[in-house]
Design a protein around this ligand. Structure first.
Ligand code: TPP
Ligand code: MG
Length: 562
């Protein structure tokens, strides 16, 4: 049996001596990882021993369900743009991580998951949790494989991080047979790999610049990969230099700060419905963007669509594109600005911009009425009416729920990029607590606000225990309509009745948080929401404000995503 009481890693000309966990932790640290999210299992003990004995030690953040570990790692990857690391035990630990891995794949989130695996020497004999995991993970990841020899761990972990962090980003998965993980070897530890910057095709960009110069009603859509690829400054520079109106989604939110005169998210219907050229950057043309069909409203012709992506594989295959380009998004956006500035025709979009600004102003007026709603039961919008003025510029707002979070998407316009987390196109409920844990770690002194539907809350609330144990203060707000609201309303609409959509009335989720060592309160009067939020921010502990809301105040939805 290996003596685990002493750390005996030594360096020699041929590499560093250590067990599999030592090598894996060292390579993760070389890629910038400071925290390992995990839930204990003997198959991965070497990872813990490697973390404890590393210099400096790697922080171990242990949670109550593997989904939270992987969601937290995904969220940390999204916020810091360094792949997050989750370590899960063999078999059920890995399978509990499947939904978050799929979510990371859909959202292009940089994430590395290391799984335990039954020992190689006994493979086929039926040892505990003996499951061949890579075939399960392969369809939902960029790379999924078994590291069969301890000597290959350092190189494989380096590759897993490099691949996860290179565009188009996404999850990677390695599992290591237990006997190899515990084994020791003198192994080279490569210098951390870096993704390559792909140069876009300059002719394609020049053509798009010429097309843009001819447009009279152009709109720019900025999505997650603008932030993930580090192109947020280029994007804001471009928008301001050429005066093009813009809409943001997902992690693109905040790239054009809330309240900016060229941010037209609130005029989205008019903008996308009557534009003649829609340039979509760093987000897929999926259900959230009407599958890439724009224009055609108010007798407008269909808009031309240009797709700019971080990598070739991300360029839409289904949409009817007028043009496309891919590569490092800073180079793409800077190139487009340069190309536009070279054009003889200097476009004047001021009338279009004024039209959209008037639309935004009208939307703000309409919003204000609902944000102040004083109905009984509480309209969910009123919660945002109270929350928005209390949010600081660097706040991180996380959404986990149905309608309640759709309202957040409508009202919360972050002032900075990296201030908004939602599940993205996979739409997996239960990501919230992991997101909150990650946000608090990524920004120790920012406000962290987790918005939870009451249904979603039930999927991860036990991980408030993790917030408490690790001293991670977070303000949680539950929009408690005592229902799976986003499902209840469509079922009513389709069938005229609903089943399996109701939850127990007015459950005291705040008492759950108190029982776990945090604080909280229930609010039923709209005039009391503000004071409750103030207490939540001041408490500096995990604190849940449970707001009882009107189940009939459904989000006005134009699409159900199919
Ligand atoms: C893991 C998972 N299961 C089920 C769904 C389907 N679903 C989408 S929204 C929703 C209702 C969410 O209810 P709640 O969190 O209470 O928010 P509300 O719509 O009531 O505001 C459900 C069940 C999902 N997206 N993810
Ligand atoms: Mg609900």
């Amino acid at each position: 049996m290996t003596d685990v009481s002493e750390h005996t890693s030594t360096e020699s000309d041929t590499g560093v001596e250590g067990h599999g966990g030592d090598h894996a932790v060292a390579m993760a640290a070389a890629h910038g990882v400071e925290t390992m999210f995990t839930l204990s299992g003997a198959h991965v003990f070497p990872m813990y021993d490697g973390a404890v004995k590393a210099d400096p030690p790697m922080r171990l953040l242990d949670v109550r369900h593997e989904q939270t570990a992987v969601f937290a790692a995904e969220a940390l990857g999204k916020l810091t743009r360094i792949p997050g690391l989750a370590v899960v035990t063999a078999g059920p630990g890995v399978t509990n991580g499947v939904s978050p891995i799929a979510q990371a794949q859909f959202a292009g989130s940089p994430l590395v998951v290391i799984g335990g695996r039954a020992p190689a020497a006994r493979w086929g004999s039926g040892s505990l949790q003996e499951l061949d995991q890579p075939p399960i993970i392969a369809p939902i990841s960029k790379l999924a494989r078994t590291v069969h020899k301890v000597a290959d761990i350092a190189g494989s972990v380096d590759e897993a991080f490099t691949v996860a962090g290179s565009s188009h980003r996404g999850p990677t998965f390695l599992d290591v047979p237990m006997d190899q993980f515990f084994d020791r070897v003198t192994s080279e530890r490569p210098t951390a790999g870096k993704g390559k910057r792909v140069e876009p095709d300059s002719d394609a960009i020049a053509d798009i610049g010429a097309m843009l110069a001819q447009a009279t009603r152009p709109i720019l859509i900025l999505g997650t990969d603008v932030w993930a690829d580090g192109a947020e400054e280029a994007a804001l520079r471009f928008v301001e230099a050429v005066g093009i109106p813009a809409i943001t989604n997902d992690m693109g939110r905040g790239v054009i700060p809330g309240g900016h005169p060229l941010l037209m998210t609130k005029a989205r219907r008019t903008a996308l419905g009557t534009s003649d050229l829609v340039i979509v950057v760093g987000t897929p043309l999926d259900f959230r963007l009407g599958y890439g069909v724009f224009g055609g409203k108010e007798d407008a012709p269909a808009a031309k669509v240009v797709h700019l992506a971080d990598s070739e594989g991300q360029v839409s295959g289904h949409a009817d594109l007028a043009a496309s380009a891919y590569g490092d998004l800073t180079l793409v956006i800077d190139g487009l600005q340069h190309s536009l500035e070279q054009q003889l025709r200097k476009p004047d979009w001021s009338t279009w911009v004024s039209e959209l600004q008037a639309d935004v102003a009208a939307a703000v007026e309409r919003d204000n009425a609902l944000l102040k709603a004083d109905t009984d039961p509480i309209h969910p919008a009123r919660i945002y009416g109270e929350l928005l003025p209390r949010l600081e510029e660097d706040a991180i707002v996380i959404g986990d729920g149905g309608d309640f979070v759709s309202f957040a998407g409508k009202y919360v316009e972050p002032k900075r990029p990296g201030g908004w987390l939602d599940p993205g196109p996979y739409g997996c409920l239960g990501a919230g607590l992991g997101g909150a844990i990650a946000a608090r770690i990524a920004r120790p002194s920012s406000q962290v606000v987790l918005l939870l539907g009451d249904g979603a809350a039930g999927m991860s609330l036990m991980d408030v225990d993790t917030l408490v144990r690790h001293n991670l203060p977070v303000v949680m707000v539950v929009g408690n309509n005592s229902a799976w609201g986003l499902e209840k309303q469509p079922m009513q609409m389709l069938y005229g009745y609903d089943v399996v959509a109701d939850l127990a009335p007015q459950t005291k989720y705040d008492e759950v948080v108190k029982a776990l060592g945090g604080g909280g309160e229930t609010v039923t009067d709209p005039t009391q929401i503000g004071a409750a939020l103030d207490r939540a921010f001041a408490a500096n502990i995990p604190y849940l404000v449970n707001v009882i809301t009107d189940v009939n105040a459904a989000y006005p939805r134009a699409t159900f995503g199919v």
